[in-house]
Design a protein around this ligand. Structure first.
Ligand SMILES: C[S@@+](CC[C@H](N)C(=O)[O-])C[C@H]1O[C@@H](n2cnc3c(N)ncnc32)[C@H](O)[C@@H]1O
Length: 275
């Protein structure tokens, strides 16, 4: 009798312990709740839409939302744009809640939420990075972002990257969204070869802004219209015969290659190798 009573008590206790798991209220995040480095405030739908459109997200993209909140950016990237997406969220309850939202939205095959710290978790494979953080956090992430593959698209709701000027600023309802393309690194000297002719190219780079010179015998000819967009580079110069030559090409690590066209009608290919 005593044993039966004990078993009954144990069963009752285990039932009581099991009960909360089923009867627990679902986790309800509160706007403004604290986060590790920044509170949770969701980006409004129309801003999410513009951010993903500015980045021209396609099904070929892998979008990372740094500080995922309820997962809405990762979900929109997968649902509306067909991209694969990952949200990184530090708060474990929020990450679980966001993963639940991913599943409810029916995009678990494309989107997922990682419980992690944006300053620790690797997001170097992203082709698009989205942010709604704080200016100081953008700045802290900036070196990591600038070391990503050239051409990676970055969009930030509300906050800038300080002196790395945005390539586009869109606004809606008093909110701003900033867009950047990660530029290739072209700073310094390059050996230019154009159809057997060799000369020296030199670039001074500050983020996506470049200026430069080309060696024309004793003269350092200034480059005109020098422009760097991700891995695409273009520039022009007037050669020692007074002919303007327009160059356009692509930067891949320590190499550039592309085509040129001169005002006298000559055209062809060029390469440049980092010195
Ligand atoms: C302003 S909310 C933005 C949420 C979402 N990206 C959006 O735009 O709707 C920032 C989120 O970042 C999370 N967070 C804060 N510090 C973090 C960190 N170091 N690593 C990952 N997530 C973090 C917060 O918990 C919060 O959910």
């Amino acid at each position: 009798m005593k044993i039966t009573a004990r078993i009954t008590a144990l069963l009752a206790a285990s039932f009581l312990f099991a009960l909360p798991a089923h009867a627990q209220k679902p986790y309800e995040p509160q706007v403004g709740q604290s986060g590790k480095d920044v509170i949770w405030v969701p980006t409004p739908d129309e801003v999410v839409d513009r951010m993903l459109r500015m980045a021209q997200v396609t099904p070929n993209d892998l979008v990372y939302d740094l500080g995922a909140g309820d997962g809405k950016i990762a979900i929109a990237a997968a649902m509306k744009f067909g991209a694969r997406s990952v949200g990184i969220e530090y708060n474990p309850d929020m990450a679980k809640h966001a993963q639940g939202n991913v599943e409810k939205a029916g995009v678990a095959g494309k989107a997922r939420i990682l419980n992690g710290d944006i300053f620790v978790t690797d997001f170097s494979q992203a082709t698009v990075v989205t942010l709604y953080l704080l200016p100081a956090l953008n700045l802290k992430l900036r070196p990591t972002i600038l070391s990503m593959r050239p051409g990676t698209r970055v969009v930030s709701h509300s906050f800038t990257m300080e002196d790395w000027e945005a390539d586009e600023i869109s606004s809606m309802d008093g909110r701003r969204a900033y867009f950047w393309l990660v530029p290739a690194n072209v700073n310094g000297g390059w050996a230019l070869e154009t159809g057997g002719d060799k000369s020296e190219l030199s670039f001074e780079q500050r983020f996506q802004k470049i200026e430069g010179t080309v060696g024309l015998g004793q003269t350092q000819g200034g480059l005109r219209d020098a422009r760097l967009r991700g891995f695409n580079i273009s520039f022009a110069y007037v050669d020692d015969k007074g002919v303007k030559r327009d160059y356009a090409g692509r930067v891949t690590g320590g190499k550039m290659e592309g085509s040129f066209r001169a005002d006298n009608g000559t055209e062809g290919r060029w390469t440049a190798t980092k010195k």
